[in-house]
Design a protein around this ligand. Structure first.
Ligand SMILES: [Zn+2]
Length: 364
């Protein structure tokens, strides 16, 4: 048997000072007390008294009592086990408005006192927690949304020029020059073929040699997503995200605080802010990757490959200031088809960074 837990004198009677719903600050005070002391029963506002049968309860939040993994129960519960360890995780901050008291109790204990009331309070608690999480998410992201929108605005002309270039160079490669780049440049690994003589064993057991063709690595193309069909068209996606964020920011300004939003609206905004930010980060990274095709020497590497006698396809590619010139022998192999793909002025501008977000509320 574990030793008896002594409850402070002050907590043994009702502390009837909580006539209004516990505020976020009060909830935080309780959770911090439990975190620091592992003793919910010593919190200044806790009433260590048994609720009446059928009492009405509101669960405002849950808490875990810190204890080693080997200890299954630590805190005493005024409902059922007032002087011995009864629970550890998912304890409830239980507010009893009719008595104006708060009891810190075990996770399921109150079900024995008022089963229906317990079930209803749990459903209500999940809603409260969801609402609190959403408000916290919005509060976390809202200060950075203007910066995020500014980054999108700065990135848009770059995205448009990169998209235009990607569309046009792939059109020229596939439709005009009829080269199957997407097959040969996959993952950016360029290869040439080589024929080698290799030994092999004949059916009669004697040795011989025969010619085999090998693919040998030639070079790695940086920014290959620009030409291997794996690049994304990003400008339209950025525009969509921007317009969605704009609507939500305006709505948030109207409502002044996230708490004043309707349930459906709050849920949508709490979802859209982090998702929008993550999507923009991903799109900008993808743009930066495609941009490296124009800035890294990839075009010169491609040119050397296209001229190599053992390359799988023959062509020429060259950058001239604001255009890329491509050519390849046509099917008759007599004339040379030459095509120019313009590079927009913004295509190689530096891609903006999405501002950091900082946590301003303590994480529990
Ligand atoms: Zn209990």
């Amino acid at each position: 048997m574990s030793t008896r837990i002594e409850i402070p004198e002050a907590n043994l009677q009702n502390i009837s000072i909580f006539s209004t719903e516990p505020s976020d600050e009060l909830i935080e005070e309780i959770k911090q007390h439990v975190r620091l002391t592992s003793s919910p029963h010593t919190w200044r506002g806790h009433s260590h008294t048994k609720p009446d049968k059928g009492a009405f309860v509101v669960y405002v939040e849950e808490f875990d009592v810190p204890a080693p993994d080997s200890v299954p129960r630590v805190a005493p519960c005024p409902c059922c086990n007032p002087h011995h360890p009864q629970y550890k995780n998912k304890g409830k901050i239980a507010w009893f408005p009719h008595e104006s008291v708060i009891r810190l109790i075990g996770p399921q204990c109150f079900a024995a006192i008022n089963s229906g009331g317990h079930d209803a309070a749990i459903i209500d608690l999940r809603k409260r927690q969801k609402r609190r999480d959403e408000v916290a998410t919005i509060a976390l992201h809202a200060p950075g949304i203007d910066g995020l929108i500014a980054a999108i605005d700065e990135a848009l002309p770059i995205a448009e020029d990169l998209d235009n270039f990607m569309r046009e160079i792939n059109r020229v490669i596939e439709n005009e020059l009829r080269l199957q780049f997407w097959r040969e440049v996959k993952d950016g690994n360029l290869t040439t073929s080589e024929t080698r003589r290799v030994p092999f064993q004949k059916a009669d057991g004697t040795g011989g040699e025969r010619e085999e063709e090998f693919r040998v690595p030639f070079a790695q193309i940086v920014g290959h997503t620009m030409i291997d069909r794996s690049g994304q068209i990003s400008a339209n996606k950025l525009k969509l995200i921007r317009s969605g964020l704009g609507v939500f920011v305006a709505r948030l300004r109207e409502a002044i605080v996230p708490d004043a939003l309707g349930d459906a609206e709050r849920e949508k905004i709490a979802d859209a802010f982090p998702k929008g930010r993550a999507a923009v980060i991903e799109l900008l990274a993808e743009m930066a990757d495609r941009q490296r095709f124009l800035t890294s020497g990839a075009i010169e590497t491609l040119r050397r490959w296209g001229q190599h006698q053992n390359a799988p396809i023959r062509f020429s590619i060259e950058r001239k200031k604001s255009e890329v010139i491509l050519s390849a022998p046509d099917r008759s192999r007599i004339t040379l088809a030459v095509h120019s793909v313009p590079i927009g002025d913004s295509a190689t501008k530096s891609i903006p960074e999405v501002p950091e977000i900082r946590t301003v509320f303590p994480q529990s």
